[in-house]
Design a protein around this ligand. Structure first.
Ligand SMILES: Nc1ncnc2c1ncn2[C@@H]1O[C@H](COP(=O)(O)OP(=O)(O)O)[C@@H](O)[C@H]1O
Ligand SMILES: [Mg+2]
Length: 257
């Protein structure tokens, strides 16, 4: 089977800083790929270039057969790639439902004509959206589904992270990009969040994931394979056990020589 995502020579410069330096990377359909590397090694930049937040300086990315280099964020999302952000991007005064529906614009964005004239169809779609939101939250944490109309500000960090992942999943992406989902959480919360994610993935069927994470126990437990970045370049690739032993990786993380 061909790779789901294939990047060749992907490069992004910010002035004199080469944040991403000629990255060749493939993601196979159905795998969980860990993307690791020290702070500032270009992990988030990779997600940003891939999802159209910043254009690539050079290089290309293909999603299945589709060239997606320098697509707009909307077009990348339509193609089937969804992401979460390193810093929480929820709208806290809005309800969990409203926050989830922000991720559902693929299904709800018909314009004023549809919304005013075809009100019955709109009502049905909103009801379907509510059902989908409830079902997704239930997959992650059943009690959370009961709080669908409470403001996001009232739920703890772990639930906010769950909502962000659900928001990315509600449009049924083929590829999910997670940028440090454990940020701001305890180890125990992170473990629970990852268990929920794996369980949701089992029930949703095929979902490919790229996971940026600094918590190595998480990477070890959930990934099939890892790619290690340093100064924007890939320095190692393989199963976690194997890359953790790699002298270049140890040097990059620990300054060992
Ligand atoms: N918007 C930006 N403007 C200028 N420099 C940036 C920007 N985004 C990232 N960088 C720089 O690119 C490098 C890689 O950053 P980043 O991708 O955030 O690393 P990581 O996610 O691995 O910690 C860093 O040197 C960072 O300062
Ligand atoms: Mg980052």
């Amino acid at each position: 089977m061909g790779a789901l995502l294939r990047c060749n020579g992907l490069t992004r410069k910010f002035g004199g800083v080469v944040a991403l330096d000629g990255l060749d990377l493939q993601v196979e359909e159905g795998e969980i790929l860990g993307l690791i590397g020290p702070n500032g090694s270009g992990k988030t930049t990779f997600f940003n270039v891939l999802t159209g937040v910043f254009p690539a300086t050079s290089g290309e990315a293909r999603f299945g057969e589709m060239p997606i280099t320098n697509f707009s964020p909307q077009a990348v999302y339509q193609a089937g790639i969804a992401r979460t952000f390193q810093r929480s991007r929820l709208c806290l005064p809005l309800s969990l439902f409203d926050n989830l529906m922000v991720g559902n614009h693929k299904n709800l964005d018909h314009g004023l004509w549809f919304n005013v004239v075809r009100r019955r169809a709109l009502k049905r779609q909103i009801e379907e959206g509510r059902k989908a939101a409830r079902e997704l939250l239930e997959l992650f944490d059943p009690p959370l589904a009961g709080r669908l109309f409470e403001p996001a500000s009232r739920v703890p960090m772990i639930d906010r992270r769950r909502i962000e992942i659900c928001r990315a999943l509600i449009g049924k992406p083929r590829l999910l990009l997670l940028d440090e989902p454990s940020a701001g959480m305890t180890r125990d919360e992170t473990r629970r969040l990852m268990d929920d994610l794996l369980e949701a993935r089992r029930r949703l069927g095929r979902l490919t994931i790229v996971l940026i994470e600094h918590e190595m126990s998480v990477i070890e437990r959930v990934t099939d394979r890892c790619v290690v970045l340093n100064y924007g370049k890939k320095i190692a690739e393989g199963a976690y056990r194997q890359v953790a032993e790699d002298p270049l990786v140890r040097q990059a993380y620990l300054g060992l020589s």
